[in-house]
Design a protein around this ligand. Structure first.
Ligand SMILES: NC(=O)c1ccc[n+]([C@@H]2O[C@H](COP(=O)([O-])OP(=O)(O)OC[C@H]3O[C@@H](n4cnc5c(N)ncnc54)[C@H](O)[C@@H]3O)[C@@H](O)[C@H]2O)c1
Length: 263
């Protein structure tokens, strides 16, 4: 069993939503946080909030698609706190739309722009790869013990209108298997674990900014009758961190949502 007290979490997307909730949870349990985000103002507010709670937070303005930025983020944790115990690469975006949209006459009038598709892949997939690679390097070189916790989604099972998002979140469910197998080969898997948590619909800005009708339709299909709270995802990550029996797979937190696309 791992203790959160005095452990160090590196969290991207730490300026808002699930990342910020995880940071708050972590410091409440006695841990320290290094928060990375591209949005400077929310990041500064996050630091104030954490410090107002009596917690310790370092912040790094960074773009997770940039190799040097991810290296700087990982270095900050080692320089300030000497270790990394949790890596939570939670920075992510959605750019939803149909791949091709035929009109009433059956002719395609609109296609998803390549730039939209690539932006989602760059942030949600390449950004995670870079964050995890840079943090893993420091964790191994500094003999750290802990968890790499990716964030997948129920969208990983295939949601219409989310070809880019669903594809990147499906990748998050295979990465823990690859990384765990690679660490196992190198004799590291007893101290470095990797998993993904896969939330359903969580009440952060990403979801609350959806049109109300679409949101109502979503909630109608959630057996617990509401969105998951960001704090519930944070607690879930904490439980996964503490429990060293959990490794190499994807774990859902979705309030009983029936999985898979309904079209
Ligand atoms: N909200 C949900 O229902 C839900 C469900 C399943 C999975 N997730 C995943 O959880 C993660 C967090 O989602 P959220 O709802 O908290 O979203 P959010 O929009 O509140 O937070 C995402 C954060 O990522 C940051 N970010 C975006 N691009 C970045 C970049 N290039 N570099 C650094 N930071 C960047 C944003 O500034 C923002 O602070 C995402 O990966 C999302 O896909 C969310």
């Amino acid at each position: 069993m791992l203790e959160i007290k005095d452990s160090v979490a590196v969290i991207t997307g730490g300026g808002s939503g699930i990342g910020l909730s995880l940071a708050e949870y972590w410091v409440k349990q006695g841990g320290k946080v290094v928060l990375g985000d591209i949005a400077e103002e929310p990041l500064k507010k996050a630091k104030e909030k954490i410090e107002g709670m009596g917690g310790v937070a370092e912040i790094v303005v960074c773009n997770v698609t940039n190799e040097d930025d991810c290296g700087r983020l990982a270095d900050t944790a080692i320089e300030k706190f000497g270790q990394i115990n949790l890596v939570a690469p939670f920075a992510g975006i959605i750019k939803d739309g149909l791949m091709v949209s035929p009109d009433r006459e059956g002719k395609v009038q609109m296609k998803m722009p390549l730039s939209d598709f690539k932006m989602v892949v760059d942030i949600n997939l390449t950004g995670v790869f870079l964050t995890v690679r840079e943090c893993s390097e420091r964790m191994i070189n500094n003999k750290c013990k802990g968890l790499i916790c990716l964030v997948s989604s129920t969208g990983s099972l295939g949601t219409a209108g989310q070809i880019s998002y669903s594809s990147t979140k499906a990748a998050m469910s295979v990465m823990p298997k690859v990384i765990t197998a690679e660490f196992f080969r190198r004799g590291l898997s007893d101290r470095l674990r990797c998993i993904a948590v896969a939330p359903g619909y969580v009440g952060t800005d990403m979801v609350k900014n959806m049109n109300q009708k679409a949101l109502d339709r979503i909630i109608e299909n959630v057996p617990i009758g509401r969105l998951i709270e960001p704090e519930e995802v944070a607690m879930f990550v904490g439980d996964m961190y503490k429990n060293e029996g959990i490794a190499g797979d994807v774990y859902f937190i979705h309030g009983g949502l029936r999985l898979g696309s309904k079209g």
